[in-house]
Ligand binder design. Structure first.
Ligand SMILES: [Zn+2]
Length: 127
């Protein structure tokens, strides 16, 4: 396999460049070379803090409403909170998460096949 741009055979897979150029320090800190950063895999699409925060507020509101209707019975409130949070996350997944995951899987698959030329820096997909 040759570089599509300059014809060099000095090629490395993105995965190797990424693993080689990334070091993990304390407290989840990450040191990366610029090349490793460019060759990073896509971020996995979990529910972000905004989604999670919205879910908490929604669930708290539901629990408050249930408490109001049931003389502030704490078990009903806790149960409503839990069920609402799960329902919210399931709903989020079907509305947005599923699509994000499909896109992520596609990006991830092309990352697995990506190579970078160590001579000219061109990135391309292996066939
Ligand atoms: Zn090249």
């Amino acid at each position: 396999m040759n570089c599509k741009k300059c014809g060099s055979t000095d090629l490395r897979a993105h995965r190797i460049v990424y693993e080689d150029g990334t070091s993990h320090g304390e407290n989840d800190s990450k040191a990366q070379t610029p090349l490793a950063k460019r060759c990073s895999p896509p971020d996995s699409p979990g529910p972000g803090p905004v989604t999670f925060g919205a879910g908490l507020i929604f669930s708290a509101a539901a629990a408050f409403k249930a408490g109001y209707l049931h003389k502030w019975n704490e078990w009903i409130m806790i149960g409503t909170f839990g069920v609402s949070l799960i329902a919210f996350m399931v709903l989020w997944f079907f509305l947005f998460g599923r699509r994000n995951w499909a896109r992520y899987n596609k990006l991830r698959a092309s990352w697995e096949k990506s190579w970078v030329c160590m001579k000219c820096g061109e990135s391309f997909l292996a066939e």
